[in-house]
Design a protein around this ligand. Structure first.
Ligand code: NDP
Ligand code: MG
Length: 382
């Protein structure tokens, strides 16, 4: 029985992780649940799963959660610090990092320092601090399992081939909702258009990142760190059907790919049960119904965020952190209707040019850079 700390249990990944727990009660328990501010859902989850502890990060919601759970022996905490404390509890066997954005970095570092195995959905952690995180993973000898579907696919391809030389990764991308739009049309797309992803139902922030292809840029950086590869070894392949979840090409030219219907419960569950596979009910891939799979190159002129990510990956240092912070600010401003879609990339570019480069591998540098880059990006929006 694995006792899980699920950071971000009220989100898209968090709720699907709880589906996995629900179908394997003999294997997993939801020991700790945490949310940002969605008190209602956190309370409902706590009543169903009876965790040991819950954390509501938003302090204004603390009393509501505490009072609603007063009849149960569940500890209730609040604040950002509490997130870092609970992951280190001795009774926690694994941490699922499924918070969104830079906010996920600190609790993930806390889990690493407490030597807890981590199932990582929060890709921003590896974008911002990949070098540092992977260094601590090696030093602490902590398992770090990817939840992102592409990286789970890559891991599934590597199983049985660890130690064999990889030539490149074929990182598949659906292309997002605007794959067929031209540059002029992109000027006028709305948040509602962008929030309508063709194949995946995800949280709002990552759905916008998928529309700009910033998400694919993040995933390229994530893959470099997780699998010790150079950026030029990661090739983005647009594959609108989202059936091939990614592929690995080895030194002899052999390509292994992982296929399946788009369902995040599989990569979530695989990270929790790795290296074992557990049963998962649901739709199966029907190749006869599908008939064909299509692949096309990516247009980085139309989607410059992906080009910025390659640049950030090459230069390293705090540049990916700057890029991430500018993206968080611009992504939110677009969702709030403050800027047009094409401005997201422009703000990221301008922020990357404005914030001083720093090559030190240290959390303090990331926190300072994040702060500075947000300030720059916010001024560009005014
Ligand atoms: P959601 O927005 O759906 O959920 C985010 C979760 O984090 C919620 O539980 C939210 O709480 C919580 N949260 C947000 N901000 C804070 C904060 N400041 N402090 C504490 N908790 C906070 O996001 P997703 O589930 O879509 O994504 C989560 C992560 O997983 C992201 O990094 C994303 O890139 C990655 N990912 C997601 C995929 C998907 O299919 N959704 C696929 C691959 C990766 P509340 O509900 O209270 O706001
Ligand atoms: Mg992904």
């Amino acid at each position: 029985m694995k006792q899980l700390a699920i950071l971000g249990s009220t989100g898209s990944i968090g709720t699907q992780a709880l589906d996995v727990v629900r179908s394997h009660p003999e294997r997993f328990s939801a020991h700790i649940l945490t949310a940002g501010s969605n008190a209602e859902l956190l309370i409902a989850q706590a009543r169903e799963f009876q965790p040991d502890t819950v954390v509501i990060a938003d302090e204004r919601k603390y009393e509501q959660v505490r009072d609603a759970l007063a009849d149960l022996p569940i500890k209730v905490y609040t604040g950002e610090e509490a997130l870092c404390d609970v992951v280190a509890m001795p009774s926690v066997d694994m941490v699922l990092a499924a918070m969104v954005g830079f906010a996920g970095l600190r609790p993930t570092i806390a889990a690493l320092e407490a030597r807890k195995p981590i199932a990582l959905a929060n890709k921003e952690t590896l974008v911002v601090a990949g070098e540092y995180i992977m260094q601590r993973v090696r030093e602490q000898q902590v398992p770090l399992l990817p939840v992102d579907s592409e990286h789970s696919a890559i891991l599934q391809c590597l199983v049985g081939d660890f130690g064999n030389s990889v030539e490149k990764i074929l990182l598949t991308a659906s292309g997002g909702p605007f794959r067929r739009k031209d540059a002029a049309e992109l000027q006028h797309v709305t948040p509602a258009d962008a929030l309508h992803h063709p194949n995946w139902k995800m949280g709002a922030k990552i759905t916008i990142d998928s529309a700009t292809l910033m998400n694919k840029g993040f995933e390229m950086i994530e893959a470099c760190h997780l699998f010790h590869l150079r950026p030029e070894q990661i090739e983005v392949v647009v594959h609108p059907e989202s059936v091939v979840h990614s592929a690995v090409q080895f030194c002899d030219g052999a390509i292994k790919a992982q296929l399946g219907v788009p369902d995040m419960r599989l990569p979530i569950q695989y990270a929790l049960s790795y290296p074992e596979r557990l049963g998962l009910s649901g739709e199966r891939l029907n190749l006869f119904a599908l008939q064909k799979l299509t692949f096309e190159p990516v247009d980085m002129q139309k989607f410059p965020c992906l080009a910025y990510a390659y640049e950030a990956a090459h230069r390293g240092g705090n540049l990916p952190c700057t890029m991430n912070a500018a993206n968080e600010v611009a992504n939110l401003a677009f969702r709030q209707g403050k800027i047009p879609f094409t401005r997201i990339g422009e703000i990221i570019r301008a922020t990357m040019d404005a914030v001083p480069f720093d090559n030190q591998v240290a959390p303090d540098v990331y926190f300072a850079t994040d702060h500075e880059a947000r300030t720059v990006a916010e001024q560009l929006i005014l």
